[in-house]
Design a protein around this ligand. Structure first.
Ligand SMILES: Nc1nc2c(ncn2[C@@H]2O[C@H](COP(=O)(O)OP(=O)(O)OP(=O)(O)O)[C@@H](O)[C@H]2O)c(=O)[nH]1
Ligand SMILES: [Mg+2]
Length: 336
């Protein structure tokens, strides 16, 4: 999940928990992605397998669109799928589904696997959280801080959401729970000023990772997007090279609108990664294919619940097989 954390420093409890979770996650994701996956398997079931024919490819296309994969991604997936199935002379359902999951997983894997991790080796590392209202920015900060703390790092939270008084309180509660410092001002303070103080405090106090919360805003709200640009500029000026990560937090249940959000936030603040939250609820996970494919933004983390521990690294294979089936099914059944 993180780069810049010495493996030996990661407590065994965290590694064990991750190993157990990893086994269970596949099954849970599959259940949680029930809707999207339902569309996929229903589409596949409705085809009479006289062979892998044109009709099957058309139905696969429809099913990918229904799962929010987007038109460009769908065309790319089906073209590649057809090429492989023809080359391998695949004529039955199971290998077809395996190939489909493989193609999707490959599409979701960034060229450089390191891009999927969050590099926390800068001193300090600055992480800016952005996104529309209620996607899980504040909660994800709590989760990241908890994990970093477990790994021996010193996180510091910055209450850059000064829009609502309750937002500062909410972040303070997470800071208490995690046991880390927080830099805050009253509500209605200028977020850029709070962020300036936050980065300065991190440097003077020797904090390792600065986690900056921002107010939720619609990607269509021009003034609020400008405010975010300003926050980013202030960070850049104060600490060249920062923010080291700008994470867009997306609600997995949003569907195709997520792509619009990603486009606008990318343009305004140069998003470096996506956190996909609420995958424990109903989800149409195909949107990540659209985002990765058309914007080239890697998916870095997934949120699978409301607790501190409910954050996971994004793994393309697990995700692709959870939605589209394939070989991993057998493994997950054993793990469930
Ligand atoms: N089930 C589930 N709920 C989540 C997850 N992440 C966040 N939530 C919930 O989503 C709600 C909104 O979370 P916040 O962290 O307040 O979202 P936010 O983006 O900071 O919201 P604003 O600051 O209002 O824009 C809360 O009830 C969280 O508990 C997740 O991965 N799974
Ligand atoms: Mg918030």
């Amino acid at each position: 999940m993180f780069k810049g954390v010495v493996e030996a420093d990661v407590p065994a409890t965290v590694l064990e928990e991750e190993a157990v979770e990893r086994r269970g996650l596949f099954g849970r994701l599959r259940r949680n992605l029930g809707k999207a996956r339902g569309a996929v398997t229903d589409a596949l079931k409705s085809v009479v397998y006289v062979g892998v024919d044109r009709r099957l490819y058309e139905q696969t296309e429809e099913m990918l669109i229904a799962a929010d994969v987007g038109v460009d991604g769908t065309i790319k997936i089906v073209d590649e799928l057809e090429r492989r199935c023809t080359a391998k002379k695949i004529e039955t359902k199971e290998p077809f589904q395996n190939e489909l999951a493989d193609v999707v997983a490959e599409l979701l894997r960034p060229d450089d696997p390191e891009l999927q991790r969050i590099d926390v080796s800068h001193e300090p590392t600055v992480i800016l959280m952005v996104g529309v209202n209620g996607t899980g920015k504040t909660t994800t900060i709590g989760k990241i801080a908890w994990r970093l703390k477990e790994m021996g790092k010193t996180p510091l939270m910055v209450a850059g959401d000064t829009f609502r008084a309750a937002a500062v309180e909410q972040l303070s509660e997470w800071a208490d729970r995690v046991g880390c410092e927080i830099v805050k001002q009253g509500s209605e303070a200028d977020p850029a000023a709070v962020v300036y103080d936050g980065v300065a405090a991190a440097r003077s106090r020797g904090a390792d990772v600065v986690l900056i919360d921002t107010a939720g805003r619609l990607h269509t709200q021009v003034n609020l997007m400008r405010e975010l640009e300003k926050v980013r500029r202030v960070i850049e000026k104060q600490l060249p090279g920062a923010p080291h990560e700008t994470l867009l937090v997306l609600d997995a249940t949003t569907g195709q609108n997520g792509l619009r959000q990603a486009q606008e936030f990318k343009q305004a603040v140069d998003v470096s990664g996506v956190v996909l939250t609420k995958l424990d609820g109903t989800a149409k996970g195909g949107i990540v294919v659209a985002i990765h494919e058309s914007l080239g933004i890697p998916i870095k983390l997934i949120g699978v619940g409301e607790k501190l521990q409910d954050l996971r690294p994004f793994e393309a294979d697990v995700f692709a097989r959870a939605i589209f089936g394939g070989d991993g099914d057998a493994g997950s059944a054993a793990a469930e």
